[in-house]
Design a protein around this ligand. Structure first.
Ligand code: NDP
Length: 323
């Protein structure tokens, strides 16, 4: 099969198109023809060695496709079924072996590309909005990188729960997308001197109930300073780099605020949790309450360009590789 392989940590140039032996459908496993593979920011952390990987490896932890073969002991799935997954299985490839415990059935009405694009960021946003901090009516919610893949999902889900979203973005085009997703206010954080003050000004000075900060290094201090008393900072990424170590006393000084650093995989840790979370996302997409913006599609061999675009802030919404 054709695949992308990484043999040493580094920049986007280490994403190398290769021919590899086809994976097999082992016990409890489905062999899936990949229709679309999701590109996620975490792929860049793994590629750079920030999250160490065993080398060489095929990147990619999201995709959707059709079952070509089922392994021994497989129940509940058959050849021809459409499935999606959000797990490090090497989806930058034509074929992927998916354990049934990680396979999510794709509803008939959902195209493959939408199924792939919705799953990881959709489940993440769903987990963070419903469980990490249960967003509700009247909440002021700060969403950084609001026109990004995760940001558009967070913005829509928080708005749907009756919250008022203040989004941050870097360009007028991204501002338009954030507003279309429901953001009541948008701050172009690259253009303000005091980001926390700009956010607070949209809350009558009180500060936000919760801040979703996937940008990290460049926004963390402002996120903390933009919280209201006993607000919560959900640090959920490091697109601009990791946040340095923190003195807990800063949480006291900021107003007895809460800080959490969640990851999706702890919110879909069992097959039941995964099934329920995926079903909630796919139902919202099917009903039209969650719009999935596919910002760009790339050929598998152009994975390098996809990573370059993502890290250069040139993208909006979801990026897909089409094998
Ligand atoms: P995005 O589509 O959000 O792309 C990243 C965006 O971050 C850019 O478009 C840009 O938007 C913004 N950004 C701000 N500063 C920088 C910078 N210095 N370099 C690059 N981008 C910057 O990506 P994803 O939706 O895939 O992921 C967003 C974040 O969420 C990532 O940090 C990812 O790791 C995290 N995440 C965490 C999960 C978890 O379980 N904790 C799960 C899924 C994602 P702008 O131009 O508007 O500033």
């Amino acid at each position: 099969m054709r695949a992308i392989q990484i043999s040493s940590a580094g920049g986007p140039d280490v994403l190398t198109p290769v021919e590899l032996p086809d994976p097999q459908a082992g016990p409890g496993t489905l062999l899936v023809e990949v229709a679309a593979a999701g590109v996620n920011y975490i792929d860049t952390y793994q590629r750079e060695g920030i999250y160490p990987m065993t080398l060489p490896y095929v990147p990619g932890l999201e995709g959707a496709g059709r079952v070509r073969a089922v392994g021994p002991d497989v129940t509940g799935f058959a050849v021809g079924d459409r499935v999606a997954w959000a797990e490090q299985l090497g989806s930058y490839a034509e074929l992927v072996a998916v354990p049934t415990a990680k396979a999510v059935p794709v509803p008939d009405a959902l195209p493959d590309d939408v199924a792939a694009a919705a799953l990881l960021q959709g489940m993440t946003a769903h987990a963070f909005i419903t469980d990490t901090y249960p967003v509700g009516p009247g909440d002021d919610v700060l969403v950084h990188a609001a026109a990004g893949g995760l940001g558009l999902m967070l913005t829509q889900l928080a708005t749907a729960r009756g919250a008022r979203v203040i989004g941050t973005v870097s360009t007028p085009e991204k501002e338009r997308l954030a507003r279309a997703a429901g953001a009541a206010e948008v701050v172009r954080y690259t253009e303000v001197d005091d980001l926390a003050a700009a956010v607070r000004a949209h809350t009558g000075g009180a500060g936000v109930h919760v801040a979703y900060d996937s940008v990290g290094a460049t926004t963390f201090d402002a996120s903390l300073a933009a919280l209201r008393t006993r607000g919560m900072l959900v640090l959920c990424g490091a697109s601009s780099g990791p946040v340095p170590p923190l003195d807990p006393q800063r949480l006291n000084a900021a107003g007895s605020v809460y800080l959490t650093r969640p990851k999706l995989f702890d919110y879909v840790a069992t097959p039941d949790l995964l099934a329920a979370r995926a079903a909630a996302v796919y139902t919202a997409v099917g009903e039209g309450t969650l719009d999935v913006r596919i910002g760009n599609r790339y050929a598998l061999a152009d994975a390098r360009t996809a990573h370059e675009d993502l890290q250069a802030r040139r993208t909006t919404g979801k990026l897909l590789l089409i094998p």
